[in-house]
Design a protein around this ligand. Structure first.
Ligand SMILES: [Cu+2]
Length: 133
């Protein structure tokens, strides 16, 4: 039962560093509009850095938080107003584009969710599939 959130993010490389990118394997973009993530399913490779661009086209702030069920349970009752310390937890101000770079150490299926009040219930949920190469 190694589910503690642990495993997946062995190395958190860089956070919110627009323009600092190198040539990484994948550079997917997740767009936020009308309080939805597009795409709502994203596949990345296990063990390889992936830089995800998060583009918020809404006039309000959103969050992109990815992790295990435990992580999301914690955020559902959390009170942190801003997320800026973890590449897996990003606050995206209105009309802003950010990047976050992550490495997933374990294959699996992880949700990404905006935990601002009401947003998850509205449907601000996606699935990150971490697959073997
Ligand atoms: Cu939101």
């Amino acid at each position: 039962m190694l589910r503690l959130g642990l495993l997946l993010f062995a190395a958190a490389v860089a956070l919110l560093a627009i323009g600092c990118g190198g040539e990484q394997a994948g550079r997917p973009t997740i767009t936020i509009h009308y309080s939805r993530f597009t795409p709502d399913v994203l596949e990345v490779r296990v063990g390889q850095p992936v830089t995800i661009t998060l583009r918020n086209d809404d006039p309000i702030e959103h969050e992109w938080i990815v992790g295990t069920a435990d992580v999301h349970d914690a955020h559902r009752v959390g009170t942190e107003p801003l997320h800026e310390d973890l590449p897996t937890e990003v606050t995206i101000p209105a009309f802003t584009t950010l990047e976050t770079t992550l490495i997933f150490a374990e294959a699996g299926e992880y949700a990404y969710i905006c935990h601002l009040p009401g947003h998850e219930a509205y449907g601000m949920v996606g699935t990150l599939l971490v697959v073997e190469v």
